[in-house]
Design a protein around this ligand. Structure first.
Ligand code: ZN
Length: 81
């Protein structure tokens, strides 16, 4: 299964509907996009997914939370004379 958002080929089914065969849910291990098999083609098919919302490896890397830069311990609490 190919992820519609980032084109990763490792997307896989993670859930079946309680009523057998009604729908399935898939998830991408790279961008964590999750979709249901019954959604519109523009959501489930990579070639029809809105290009403005596609993710590349570089874009995903940029989205990783970055911790704030913390000044050396005590630097902020020492008075500056
Ligand atoms: Zn993905």
């Amino acid at each position: 299964m190919i992820c519609p958002r980032c084109d990763d080929q490792r997307a896989a089914k993670i859930f079946d509907s309680p009523e057998s065969g009604a729908w399935e849910i898939y998830r991408c291990p790279r961008c964590f996009f999750t979709w249901r098999s019954t959604e519109e083609d523009r959501v489930t098919r990579p070639e029809l997914y809105d290009a403005d919302f596609k993710l590349s490896e570089a874009k995903i890397r940029e989205m990783i939370p970055k911790p704030p830069i913390v000044p050396p311990e005590g630097a902020a609490s020492k008075p500056r004379y």
